[in-house]
Ligand binder design. Structure first.
Ligand code: UT7
Length: 324
């Protein structure tokens, strides 16, 4: 029986770091009121990183990918599958994954994007795991990369303070012993309107409104419920219980959602990986960024059991349980 296992992790944050205080000052200059206190109390976010205008998702992705390859001891030429989870690709097409392949200087392997907004990394990891287990791939690069700063409405204080840019990556390789133990993906298209960018390109123009819209409280309410359900279902599939989880790595959107999920899973708060304070919500990049930060800080060690959970626009959600 073939399994898949994460053999390396990497990440990249653009250098420009914007604190809440700096953000509040910028918004105040345009007559929009917010504060460090409001942002910290409601979300747990202290700062986020923004990419420069000439930096695209594939640029961040390739830097994260190189780190993941180095940590796995794998050459780019050995990779036979590249999946990029992103909702902010460089172009309408080709995919960010094809651009990453080009920037890595390799060609020939399958490369495509997955679009599941903030659940994107969990979706991409599940697809890569399935392709490895069925023999379609042996060494995959799975990346989450976003430049959400491009789709933020900086006149809307209810959304613009929440998001940031960045990328995280893993190398997922075929293995005789299980790494990924179980996973599950869901979507409920009845809720397309609560988190969306309702614009599109037509006749050479961006039509509709190409900026992010979110009904925060509606997303919050749905997120708390589905994150507990999907974690329990994945644990059951793997024949495990809450007590088997060493680290919970939820999508980093809001510390209150993350703490609520940990509490429902009866996990102490020190088993929760938190990077939302420094990264903000980086959508599909948030889970691999958090994973890499925790691996590099020495928190997560080989053999630990990790629960990864995504939730976001679509409405989409999912979870992956794995032995690291
Ligand atoms: O990544 C995909 C998943 N996304 C999420 O998980 C996001 C889920 N939602 C959330 O995290 C939260 O709903 C938010 C952080 C977006 C908002 O927190 P909330 O506690 O639900 O606040 P709220 O939307 O109910 O707003 C409370 C008040 C409002 O004022 P009134 O109506 O009570 O007078 C808002 O206008 O806070 C006001 N407000 C702000 N005040 C200062 C909203 N944004 C701001 C702001 N600064 N930036």
């Amino acid at each position: 029986m073939k399994f898949s296992r994460i053999t390396g992790t990497g990440s990249h944050l653009p250098p420009k770091r914007v604190t809440n205080a700096q953000f509040a000052e910028d918004l105040a200059a345009r007559g929009i009121e917010t504060s460090d206190t409001w942002i910290v109390e409601r979300t747990g976010i202290h700062a986020r990183h923004f990419a420069e205008p000439d930096v695209a998702s594939s640029d961040l992705a390739v830097l994260a990918a190189r780190e993941a390859l180095a940590s796995a001891g794998v050459q780019a030429s050995e990779i036979d599958l590249i999946i990029v989870a992103t909702s902010t690709p460089d172009m309408v097409f080709p995919s960010a994954a094809c651009l990453v392949q080009q920037k890595l200087g390799v060609h020939g392997c399958a490369a495509f994007d997955v679009q599941a907004v903030c659940s994107g990394f969990v979706y991409a990891l599940t697809v890569a795991d399935s392709m490895i287990r069925t023999g379609s791939a042996n060494k995959a690069l799975v990346i989450g990369a976003e430049v959400f700063s491009r789709i933020l409405d900086f006149n809307d204080r209810t959304t613009c303070v929440l998001f940031g840019d960045g990328a995280g990556a893993v190398v997922l390789e075929a293995s005789d012993t299980p790494g990924i133990l179980a996973s599950e993906l869901h979507a409920d298209g009845r809720h397309v309107d609560i988190l969306c960018v309702p614009g599109h390109v037509s006749g050479g123009k961006a039509l509709g409104d190409p900026l992010l819209k979110m009904d925060g409280p509606a997303v919050f309410k749905l997120a708390v419920g589905v994150l507990e359900q999907v974690a329990r279902s994945v644990l059951q599939k793997a024949g495990k219980t809450d007590a088997d989880i060493d680290w919970l790595i939820p999508h980093q959107a809001n510390i209150r959602i993350m703490q609520g999920t940990a509490k429902k899973l009866k996990l102490p708060m020190d088993k929760l990986i938190v990077t939302v304070d420094e990264h903000g919500n980086t959508s599909a990049a948030s889970i691999p960024l958090a994973l890499d930060a925790a691996v590099r800080s020495g928190k997560i060690k080989r053999g630990d059991t990790l629960m990864l959970e995504g939730v976001g626009g679509g409405f989409t959600w999912g979870a992956v349980l794995l032995d690291f």
